[in-house]
Design a protein around this ligand. Sequence first.
Ligand code: B12
Ligand code: SF4
Length: 625
Amino acid sequence: MRLFGTDLVLLHPPSVYDFRRRRTEYGPISDVVFASPAYEMYPVGLTSIASHLENHGHNARIVNVAHRMVSDPGYDAEAAIAALSPAMFGIDLHWLPHAHGALELARIAKRHHPKTPIVLGGLSASYFHDELIRSPLVDFVVRGDSTEGPVLELLRAVLFGGPLEAIPNLTWKRQDGSPVVNPLTCVPRRLDAESVPDIFYVVRSVFKYASLEDVVPFTGWLDYPITALLTSRGCSMECAVCGGARSSYRAICNRAEPAFRSPAALAREIRRIGRFGRGPIFLIHDLRQAGSEYARELLDLLGRRPPKNEILLELFSPVEDDYLDRVGAALPRFSLQITLESHLERVRRLNHRFECAPEAIERTLAKALAAGAGRVDLFFMVGLPGQSYADAVGCVDYCRSLLERFRGDRRLAFFVAPLGPFLDPGSAAYEEAERYGYRRRFRTLEEHRQALLAPSWKDMLSYETAWMSRDEIVSASYESLRRLTRLKAEWGYLDDAAAGRALARLDESEAAVAAIGRAEAIPDGPEREEAVELARHGVAPGFQRGELVWPLRKGRGFAPVSSLAWVALGLAARELRLFATRRLPLYLGAAGQARAKAGAAAARRGGRLGVAGGLGAGRAGHREN
Ligand code: B12
Ligand code: SF4
C-alpha cells in the first residue's frame, strides 16, 4: 500500500466497448433516460462504495470510461486504464446492457495489470455471479444491493491478507479455480449509514484526483446538474417487467423488505445539495412506499426551509388523499413522474402496476395540477404482457384525451419507449416467462453479451411476447413515437420544425432497422457481411430527450461562488482530517506489518530481503479491521 497510491479504481463501462466504431442502430432504447445508448451513467452506488472506503482511510477513485468515450472521440480507454495502478479494479455490471463493456474493460485491465484483482458488482453481476466467476477475467463478485462494507473487507484482504471465506456477499474462486459462494448476509435494514449517491465524495474527488470528466455522471451534466437521491434500496412493488421489484430483490439481494433512508437524512442531503447545485433533485421511488407517516415527516422537514431546487417525485399508485396538497405546500417547485406503462387497465393489471380504474388516474392528475406541480410526466411502454400492437400505439389516443380533458395544460408531458433491449433478469416476466406470455431469446450472460454486438436494436431485443413479434414491437415503438410527436406538434408542445426533424430521424432509424434485417437474410458469407455493413446507419438517438429536462431556475446550474467556496473549504478540511486520522494510521500500520514480514523473511532466508506482493502473498498475512 502506497501512501498516495490509489487502492481501488471503479471503472464504469460503456454498454458496448467499441461502440464508437460500430454505427449500431439503437433506435429509441435509451430514449427516456439522460444517457446515450452507451449508457454512460454510472450506478449511484459507486459513490457510496468509494466514499465508504475513503472514510476508512483508502483512496478510491471513479473513472467513468463510458462518459469519457462518449464526450471525447480521441479518448483512448485502453491507454487510460494501462496508466492506472490501483491495488484492485472494480467494474460495475449493474445494468445488463453493460455486459459487453464490463467484460471488455476487465479484459483490458487484466492485459495491462495481470496481477491486479478485478471485482464486479451490481444487480446483473449479482444475478449472473456464477457465470462471471468462471471467467478468467473476473476474480471476485460482490453480490447484493449494499456492498460498501463487503468491498472494504475485500480490499483489506487484498492489501493485507485475510480469509476470503469470512467476507459476506462475496463470490470468489480458489487457487484451482473452483467457485465459492459466501452467504449474502450483508443486507442492512436501513439506508442511513450511507449517502446514495454521495455527491460530496464526487465533488471532493474532482480535486483529489484532478479530474472532473472522470466523475461526470452523464454527458451534458455540467450544463444540467440533475441529481438523484435514493429513498430506499429495494422496492415494495411487484411490477412484472421490473428486475428491481420486491421479489427480484428477494431473489438477487436476499432482501425481503426495502431499506429506507430516514426522512431526516434525506432532508439534510437535499439541503446540502442545494448549497452547491441548482439542478433538479430526483427522489427515487415513491415516498409513500414507507407509509404516509414517513412521507408526512419528510415533507414537514422540507417545508420548514423549502428547497430552492425543483424536487422530482415518483408516484407508484394513484393518490386519493391530500398527499399532493401537502407536497405542494412543502415544496415551492415540484414535478411528478408517473410510469403508467399502459393506458389500459387490463394491461396495467397484468403488469401489476397502477392496478386501478382510469378515473383514479385522472383524479390523480387533476390533484397534481391543482397542487401546483411544475410538470407531470407520464411514461408508456411497448412490449408489455397482454399488449397488442393496437394497444401499444393506442396510448397516444389516450394522451390526446388527457390533453382535451385538461384543456391542453402544458404541464402534462408524455413519453413512450420500448421495453428493451433486454427483459430484466429477476423480473417475474423473465423468471416466469410463459405465465406472462414472454418468449425469451437469451438465458446466459454470454448470450446477452453477444446480442449487444448486433447491428440493430431489433436483433438485441431479448424477447417477444404472445401478443407481438419482435418486428411488431419495433414497429409499434416507432409508430407510437411518430404519433406522439405529431400530437405534441398539434398541441403546440413542439414547433413544426422540431417535430419535422424528429419524424425524419424516426423514419430514417426505422428504415435502417429494416435494411439491416434484409441484409441479414442473405446467406452467411462475405456478401452478407458487406450488405449488413452498408445498411448500418447509426442514426443519432434521442427522439424525446429534449423534453426530459426541467428548466433551471434563472438558467443557473450551480449555486453562487460564495456558497461554492464554503462547500469547497468544508470538503478540503474533511479531506485533510481523513488523511491525518485514517489514511496515515492505516499506512503506518501496513508499513509496520510489511517491515515485520520482511524481517521475518530475511531471517528465514539468511539475510536476503524479499517482501512478496500480490494477492496470494497477502492472503497469508494478517487481516485488519
Ligand atoms: C434509479 C434507477 C435508474 C436511474 C439511474 C440511477 C443511477 N445512476 O444509479 C435511471 C432512471 C437513470 C435508470 C436508468 C436505467 N435503468 Co434503472 N433503475 C433504477 C431503479 C429504480 C433503482 C436503482 C437502485 O435502487 N439502485 C440502488 C442499488 C441497488 O444500487 P446502487 O446503490 O447504485 O449500487 C449498489 C449495488 O448495486 C452494488 N454495485 C453497483 N455497482 C457496483 C460495482 C462494483 C464493483 C461493486 C462491487 C458493487 C456494485 O453496490 C452498490 C453499493 O452498495 C431500479 C429498480 C430498482 N428498484 O432497483 C432500476 C433498474 C436498476 N434499471 C434498470 C434498467 C434496465 C435501466 C436502463 C438500462 C433502462 C433503459 N433501457 O434505458 C437505464 C440505464 C441508464 C444508464 N446506465 O445510463 C433495470 C436493470 C435490470 C438489469 N439487471 O439490467 C432495473 C432493475 C429496473 C428497471 N427496468 O428500471 N435507472
Ligand atoms: S418498476 Fe415497479 S417494481 Fe420496479 S422499481 Fe419501479 S415501482 Fe418498483
